[in-house]
Design a protein around this ligand. Structure first.
Ligand SMILES: Nc1nc2c(ncn2[C@@H]2O[C@H](COP(=O)(O)OP(=O)(O)OP(=O)(O)O)[C@@H](O)[C@H]2O)c(=O)[nH]1
Ligand SMILES: [Mg+2]
Length: 360
């Protein structure tokens, strides 16, 4: 309750003032009433009413004090909740947009044959960055990452060496050996002295296939049937700049004998020996791991990509390079000996891959 004093010349007038203010006086209680004379002798009546606080606030200031407070608090809270909700919605829509862009780009590269683990390793750190909001930028970024991570091995013909080609059956090892022989012997800045060694003796017709190329090119050619003879043969070819060794194509399930042969040869050979794994560009995703398992014991120095002309899709091949980090040395781009061989080039491969990616 609030004690409110009404002053008038008579108590009746004071009462009337109270009545005027509050409409009716049923909620008011008279606390006191007194009459006195002021200095000029005028009568002065003072009536004090007890007025309920809410009523007093309402009639004096237009609003009840408690409802003013409530209104403000409620309004402030409501405002806060609304703005928080707006912020959350903005964040959520940003996240869902980012997520959608990331998923779309990931799906695109997955479809092209790039492994999910590799894609995650590249895309995850980008969550929350502006790159993740723009599909075109993100695609370019992934392509640049691929470009950064694949490598090419320079053609090093400066010093004498033995180059052995290994790889699955029918990928083009013998054909590539013939192309390389022609390249080194006739097509570079100067002719190199080249010899061919055939370790492929347990395949019918293998010796003849290589001998045929050697005869046409008039290049020295020997065939080794027992691994133990290999060392002697290589030593006998010491005066040659480049000795190219053809090996038997092995199905992934038939490698034991081959493994023993090559391990023996690697440990016995005194000259520098490079091992190039021949991998067809048409390699199937499911076969990749087996191929790597079967040939990684030889620590291949590089990969020769064959049958480049037989596909438009290079994702699986790129995936192999990304996962195993091997450099590429040559691309075989057709059956023609010696023309269809190129030194490996990232631009050449990526140009084709990018074309494929943009086709969607
Ligand atoms: N289209 C195309 N065909 C190729 C390429 N390289 C090789 N070939 C063909 O693939 C087939 C097998 O080639 P080879 O060189 O005998 O393969 P290989 O790896 O020596 O085979 P094995 O000794 O049996 O393991 C032949 O018909 C070649 O002409 C290429 O780059 N593109
Ligand atoms: Mg062969």
């Amino acid at each position: 309750m609030i004690n409110e004093t009404f002053v008038a010349s008579t108590p009746t007038e004071a009462y009337e003032q109270a009545e005027k203010k509050y409409g009716n006086t049923s909620e008011l209680t008279i606390v006191s009433a007194k009459q006195s004379k002021d200095e000029s002798g005028e009568i002065r009546a003072e009536v004090v009413f007890a007025v309920p606080k809410a009523l007093f606030m309402k009639k004096s200031f237009g609003k009840e004090i408690s409802s003013v407070q409530h209104y403000n608090e409620e309004e402030m809270m409501l405002d806060e909740v609304t703005s928080m909700r707006k912020e959350l919605e903005a964040m959520r829509s940003e996240l869902t947009r980012e997520e959608a862009v990331l998923q779309k780009v990931k799906a695109l590269f997955l479809k092209k044959g790039i492994a999910p683990q590799w894609l995650d390793s590249v895309l995850d750190p980008l969550i929350g960055t502006p790159l993740a909001e723009d599909e075109t930028l993100l695609v370019s970024y992934v392509l640049e990452e691929i470009d950064d991570r694949i490598t090419v091995r320079d053609e090093m013909v400066g010093k004498p060496k033995v180059i052995m080609l290994v790889g699955p059956t029918g990928v083009g090892k013998t054909t590539t050996i013939a192309k390389l022989a022609a390249r080194y012997a006739y097509l570079l800045d100067r002719p190199y002295k080249v010899a061919l060694v055939n370790l492929d003796s347990y395949k019918v017709g293998a010796v003849e296939q290589l001998a045929h190329y050697a005869d046409i090119m008039q290049i020295e050619h020997v065939s080794v049937s027992a691994p133990e003879d290999f060392k002697t043969q290589i030593a006998a070819l010491e005066s040659y700049d480049i000795v190219l060794v053809d090996t038997a194509g092995m199905s992934p399930y038939d490698t034991q004998k081959f493994v023993k042969t090559i391990e023996f040869i690697k440990s016995e050979t005194v000259r520098d020996m490079e091992v190039h794994l021949v991998l067809a560009a048409t390699v199937k995703y499911e076969d990749m791991e087996d191929i790597y398992k079967n040939f990684s014991f030889l620590n291949p120095d590089a990969v020769i990509v064959s049958k480049f002309d037989e596909t438009k899709h290079f994702g699986t091949l790129l995936n192999f390079m990304l996962l195993y980090g091997l450099p590429m040395s040559y691309f075989s781009v057709g059956q023609e000996v010696p023309d269809d061989l190129l030194p490996a080039s990232k631009e050449y491969l990526l140009e084709r891959f990018i074309g494929d990616v943009h086709e969607g």
